[in-house]
Design a protein around this ligand. Structure first.
Ligand code: ZN
Length: 274
């Protein structure tokens, strides 16, 4: 049995080493804070591509709508499953079909700002980005009565500086994703479903698009399977509210400022990922 003295000595040595190691770091306080939140110091709690949660909660997100035909179909399906989702709408489409946006909000779904016409923010002036977001913000407000608090940049393309000023001016959180079925490539419903099932974990933010028929076709069995695995569906804002203190959000992907779909894509214009 270990004597109390030896135990004390060991404790002293261990904490001494820990202290020495910390002391040897250039800026222990900053590094400690970084480890704690897993965020880069300049963008705490602004950007999310997944959320660290204790339960089996996930957020399904649907981008680039509303579509006159497909979004109502999806809303019927979500209602039948009692699933709450998040729609990142294009301002132009929302202005054309405000009644669909209003229905989605009324039925408990969250509406986020996905720009007015789906440009690449990373290559735009601040004023251009501001107009894209404000027009869409106003359109969502007039359709639903509620201003959005979430924004998803088209193609996931946004600079760290843009994130900060957009957050400061609009109060938006920047929502990316960690599950991507590449449904915009229209690989067929079975592939879309299988990719989502394979990658989804508790806290996942799942990206897909309610403007592709195959995506909507994939959803009934996707929802069935996810439910069978025990997942519970919440909106993105609900998911963020569930974040556990440790690792409240995941750091941005290192390459997120490059439009993910533009790389090696033969036709970036027709590939509206994000
Ligand atoms: Zn998009």
């Amino acid at each position: 049995m270990m004597s109390a003295y030896r135990l004390l000595f060991l404790c002293f040595v261990t904490s001494g080493i820990a202290f020495f190691r910390l002391g040897a770091e250039p800026t222990p306080t900053t590094r400690g804070a970084q480890r704690e939140s897993r965020a880069t110091p300049e963008e705490p709690n602004i950007t999310f591509n997944a959320v660290h949660v204790d339960g089996p909660y996930i957020a399904m997100t649907f981008d680039d709508g509303p579509s006159a035909t497909l979004t109502p179909k999806l809303l019927d399906l979500l209602a039948a499953h009692h699933i709450k989702a998040t729609f990142f709408v294009i301002g132009e489409n929302a202005a054309e079909h405000p009644e669909i946006v209003a229905r989605a909000a009324r039925e408990g779904h969250e509406i986020g700002d996905h720009s007015w016409s789906h440009p690449n923010f990373g290559k735009m002036s601040d004023d251009g980005v501001r107009r894209q977001l404000q027009q869409t913000d106003d359109t969502i407000k007039s359709a639903t009565g509620i201003r959005p608090t979430l924004m998803r940049p088209p193609y996931g393309s946004i600079t760290a500086r843009q994130k900060r000023w957009i957050h400061d001016e609009f109060g938006y959180r920047i929502i990316l994703w960690n599950v991507d079925p590449y449904d915009w490539k229209r690989p067929g419903p079975a592939v879309v479903r299988n990719r989502i099932l394979k990658e989804t974990r508790p806290g996942s933010i799942v990206l897909s698009h309610d403007i592709h028929p195959g995506t909507i076709e994939a959803m009934p069995s996707t929802f069935d399977e996810l439910e069978a695995e025990g997942f519970k569906f919440v909106t993105v804002s609900e998911l963020i509210r569930m974040a556990t203190p440790r690792q409240a959000h995941v750091s941005p992907q290192p390459n997120e400022e490059v439009p993910p779909r533009a790389i090696g894509s033969p036709s970036p214009v027709s590939s509206p990922a994000g």
